[in-house]
Design a protein around this ligand. Structure first.
Ligand SMILES: *Cc1c(COP(=O)(O)O)cnc(C)c1O
Length: 418
């Protein structure tokens, strides 16, 4: 690494250096990454890139200065609420991503417990499959968290969660679907616990928010999971995942504006002036907000239904292919776009799936590693259209290659520091 030069470099030089830096990055554009970048196709790229260029410099810190960003936020939030059976009263904000939406939900639950029930030592209840961002929220906002082992099918163990309810419970969480194995929790039962406790119920639909509504339109079986369930008080849905917008856009929704009030922060006693903050950010790029708006407008319901159809076909094909290869299997019974592949527990000589992941990587296919149990994770999307057959060929060859082999490296890698 060299220091920042005294003299600047030309635009061309800078761009050439950046292009060079990207050499070892995952080749998502070839459909060889199962996660992280979701590719809605050429026209979705085009509309996002044009919106990005238009809003690259704008700041949504103060929507009085940029009323267009205020309108963009309201519209994306309303469209998302409509998709998730939100009542007329539903309201929310755009955030930078699923993590920020979840932090907002945890903070709102804590504030509501304090304001309405006088709770000074707030507690929340999650499954061991619930996203790590809820642990981050508990850590940041000082909540005690109860993490309950999931059932054999990897859905949340609702009875075991109910056993942790007490007078300090401010939040109960369900996922639709959860990330690790892609199965949907029993949201009606989880919401019922929250109603009983008098607490918030958050549904983490960061992954499913822009899949389940369209899967239902395609005639797939989708269990009730959204605002159609009375006890659900907030939902997070990521436009920057299967909403096919570039990174930096998620929606946090609350059932009513009164519930949303517990999320916001207002400070009126600063020499800099009135400070009202919808989420965790201060200065706030207009770019991802405008991209989310543009991509949703461009796709419309029909566009999302088409992308969901190809996504689910890709995932179904991948699951069937995995099950047809001796020695590996799919964990749980996921029916949407997430797949966790592990060694078949019934085998005498189990495959080391981390060694398998390395063999696949050598062939140019990238999965996240997770566990327990050791597994390779795929977020399947439209990005992978047209490559699944080739992938399954590489998978079969890789399984043969690693039979009887193990790798030293047992690390998992959902997110990394530097
Ligand atoms: C991706 C994801 C999150 C976190 O969202 P980020 O946008 O990565 O911050 C939370 N929950 C689930 C289920 C997710 O898949």
């Amino acid at each position: 690494m060299t220091g920042l030069g005294q003299r600047g470099r030309s635009v061309d030089e800078v761009m050439a250096a950046l292009a060079e830096k990207r050499t070892n990055d995952v080749k998502w554009a070839d459909g060889r990454a199962f996660g992280m970048v979701y590719d809605g196709g050429p026209s979705v790229h085009e509309v996002a890139e044009k919106a990005a260029a238009l809003y690259l410099h704008e700041n949504a810190l103060n929507v009085k200065a940029f009323p267009s960003l205020g309108a963009i936020q309201s519209e994306v939030v309303r469209w998302t609420a409509d998709l998730l059976h939100g009542p007329e009263s539903a309201s929310g904000f755009l955030t930078s991503g699923g993590t920020e939406s979840i932090l907002c939900a945890v903070k709102a639950a804590r504030e509501r417990g304090r304001a309405e029930r006088g709770i000074t030592e707030p507690e929340m209840i999650v499954s061991d499959t619930t996203h790590a961002a809820f642990h981050k929220g508990a850590h940041l906002f000082g909540l005690e968290l109860h993490k309950v082992p999931s059932k054999h099918d990897f859905t949340a163990d609702v009875d075991a969660m109910a056993a942790h309810v007490n007078k300090n419970t401010v939040l109960v969480v369900g996922s639709a679907p959860q990330y690790p194995q892609g199965v949907v929790d029993d949201i009606p039962a989880i919401a019922a616990i929250a109603v009983e406790a008098g607490s918030n119920c958050h549904v983490d639909a960061c992954m499913g928010g822009f899949v389940l509504p369209f899967a239902e339109m395609l005639g797939r079986e989708v269990p009730p999971w959204d605002f159609s369930i009375e006890g659900v008080t907030s939902i997070s849905a990521d436009v920057h995942k299967l909403g096919y917008s570039p990174k930096g856009a998620s929606v946090i929704l609350h059932r009513t504006k009164e519930l949303r009030r517990y999320q916001t922060f207002v400070f009126e006693d600063w020499l800099g002036g009135f400070y009202a903050s919808p989420n965790m950010q201060g200065s706030r790029s207009g770019l991802p907000m405008a991209c989310a708006w543009a991509v949703m407008q461009h796709l419309g319901i029909d566009g999302y239904v088409d992308l969901t159809r190809t996504t689910l076909e890709n995932a179904d094909k991948m699951r069937a292919g995995i099950e047809s290869i001796e020695g590996i299997t799919v964990l749980g019974d996921p029916t949407y776009h997430l797949v966790a592949m592990s060694s078949d527990p019934d085998e005498d000589h189990p495959i080391d799936v981390f060694a398998l992941g390395e063999a696949l990587e050598r062939r140019g296919w990238f999965h996240d590693r997770q566990g327990p149990p050791d597994s390779l994770h795929s977020t399947v999307s439209n990005s992978n259209t047209g490559v699944i057959d080739e992938y399954l060929g590489a998978l079969a060859a890789s399984v043969d290659e690693v039979r009887g082999m193990t790798t030293e490296d047992r690390s998992t890698n959902y997110a990394t520091l530097e």
